[in-house]
Unconditional design. Structure first.
Length: 405
C-alpha cells in the first residue's frame, strides 16, 4: 500500500480545492467577471494574456509563429512582440500562454497550468520551510498557502505570478539544500539555472534581487563565518550578487519610479498616506508591511469581480500580518541570516508595489512562515494577548474601511 505523507495530502487537497474554485468561477463567469480584477481585455493582464492566446491558437500556422504572436498582442495594444530581442524584455509568460493554448486548443488550460504551478509551490515552500524551521512550522505555513482564499482564488487566473512563486521556492529550496549539505544534484542545479533564466524573462528588475538573495542563501557558510578564507570568498560572492543586481539596476530603478509615479496619480484614500514614494518615507515601512499582508482588504457593497470575494476574507490575514510582524522582533531567530535575506526581498517589493498586490504575491509565503514560527512558539498569556490584539485590529480595520468608504 502506498503511504502518502502529510505534505502530499496537503498538495492533493490544495489541487482539488483550486479545481473546485475554478469550476465555480467558470460557472459564474457571466455574472461576475472574466478576470480576477474585472473584465477588461486591454487594461488587465490576465484578460490580455488569454485574449492574445485565443487569437494565437486560431491563427498561428505552427507552434512558434512569431508574426502571429506579435499581431495577436499588438491588436490589444501590447507591443511585447516588437521588443522580444531587447535584454530587459519579458515575453516568456506570453509564449507559455500561447503555446499551451495552441496545443490544447483552449485558453482554459492556462488556468489549469497555474493551478499546477500553485500546487507545486505549496510542496516546494514546505520543503524550503522544513529545512529552515522544521516540519511543524513547514506544515502549518504550507497549509496556509494551500487553503487561504486569496492564494486559492488568485491561482485560478492567468497571471504569471503563480509561475514566479513556483520558480522562487524551487530555487530557494535548492539554495537551502546547498546551504545545509554543501552539495546539490546536477539535474536539480540545471533546473535551477533554467528557472533563474525563466524568472529574468518573465519579470525583470526584482527577479535579479531575488536571485542575488538566493545565491547568498546558498553560500551562507562563507558569508556568516568570518576567517581569512571565508572573507575572501564572501567578497567574491557579494561582488557576484552585486553584479547580478547591477546588471538589472536600470530596469529596477525605472520600474520603481514608474510604480511610485503611477501610485501617486491613481491611489486615493487612507492608503495614499501609508505608501512609500520617496526615501524619506522609509519610516512608513512597518505600516506598509502590515497592510501588504492583509491586502486585498474591503467590504464591497456588491460583487463585481473575483477580487471582491477575496476581500471579504481579509480578517483571516490579520493574525498572519501581526504575527509575522512581531516575529521580526524576536531576539533569538532560527537562521536569522536566511530569514532577513528573504524578508528583504519582500520588503523591497512592497516598497514599490504596495497597491499592486500581485507583484509581491510570489514572496507572500515568507510571511506565512514567519507567522507560523511565531504562533507555534508563543504560549500562555502571550497567545491570549495575541488573539485579543488580532480581534481588536479586525474591528478597527472594518470600522476604518466603513468610515472612509
Amino acid at each position: 500500500m502506498i503511504q502518502i505523507g502529510k505534505i502530499e495530502k496537503t498538495c492533493i487537497l490544495a489541487f482539488c480545492v483550486r479545481l473546485l474554485a475554478l469550476i465555480f468561477i467558470v460557472m459564474f463567469v457571466d455574472n461576475v467577471s472574466i478576470g480576477f480584477y474585472g473584465t477588461d481585455n486591454i487594461g488587465l493582464d490576465d484578460c490580455r494574456y488569454l485574449a492574445g492566446a485565443e487569437s494565437y491558437l486560431n491563427n498561428a500556422t505552427s507552434v512558434i509563429d512569431v508574426d502571429c504572436f506579435t499581431k495577436s498582442f499588438e491588436q490589444l495594444g501590447d507591443s511585447t512582440g516588437y521588443i522580444m530581442n531587447e535584454p530587459t524584455s519579458t515575453p516568456l509568460w506570453y509564449w507559455i500562454v500561447c503555446i499551451v493554448s495552441y496545443f490544447t486548443r483552449t485558453t482554459f488550460s492556462v488556468r489549469l497550468l497555474n493551478i499546477i504551478f500553485a500546487t507545486a509551490s505549496v510542496f516546494y515552500f514546505y520543503s524550503f520551510t522544513n529545512l529552515l524551521y522544521g516540519e511543524k512550522v513547514a506544515l502549518l505555513s504550507s497549509r496556509l498557502l494551500a487553503f487561504l482564499p486569496y492564494p486559492v482564488m488568485f491561482s485560478c487566473f492567468a497571471y504569471k505570478d503563480s509561475f514566479l512563486m513556483y520558480c522562487s521556492f524551487f530555487i530557494l529550496y535548492g539554495a537551502m539544500l546547498y546551504q545545509k549539505n554543501g552539495k546539490i544534484g546536477k539535474f536539480r542545479l540545471l533546473i535551477i539555472v533554467l528557472l533563474a533564466i525563466a524568472m529574468f524573462k518573465t519579470r525583470s528588475g526584482l527577479s535579479a534581487l531575488f536571485l542575488a538573495v538566493a545565491f547568498l542563501v546558498a553560500f551562507k557558510k562563507y558569508v556568516s563565518k568570518i576567517n581569512i578564507r571565508n572573507l575572501i570568498i564572501s567578497i567574491i560572492l557579494l561582488a557576484i550578487a552585486g553584479l547580478i543586481v547591477y546588471k538589472s539596476s536600470s530596469t529596477l530603478i525605472y520600474k520603481m519610479n514608474y510604480y511610485f509615479e503611477r501610485s501617486s496619480r491613481t491611489v486615493t484614500g487612507p492608503i495614499r498616506h501609508i505608501m512609500i514614494t520617496k526615501v524619506s518615507d522609509i519610516y512608513k515601512l512597518p505600516l506598509c508591511y502590515i497592510l501588504s499582508v492583509v491586502e486585498p482588504i474591503g467590504l464591497p457593497d456588491s460583487i463585481s469581480c473575483w477580487s471582491d470575494i477575496t476581500e471579504l476574507f481579509f480578517p483571516l490575514m490579520v493574525p498572519i500580518s501581526i504575527g509575522s510582524f512581531l516575529y521580526m522582533f524576536t531576539k533569538k531567530k532560527q537562521d536569522a541570516y536566511t530569514f532577513w535575506l528573504c524578508m528583504g526581498v519582500y520588503l523591497a517589493t512592497i516598497t514599490a508595489s504596495l497597491t499592486n498586490i500581485r507583484h509581491y504575491y510570489s514572496m507572500l509565503p515568507i510571511t506565512f512562515a514567519a507567522f507560523s514560527k511565531y504562533i507555534i512558539e508563543i504560549k500562555g498569556i502571550k497567545r491570549v494577548l495575541f488573539v485579543v490584539v488580532c480581534f481588536g485590529s479586525i474591528i478597527m480595520l472594518c470600522a476604518l474601511y466603513m468610515f472612509t468608504h
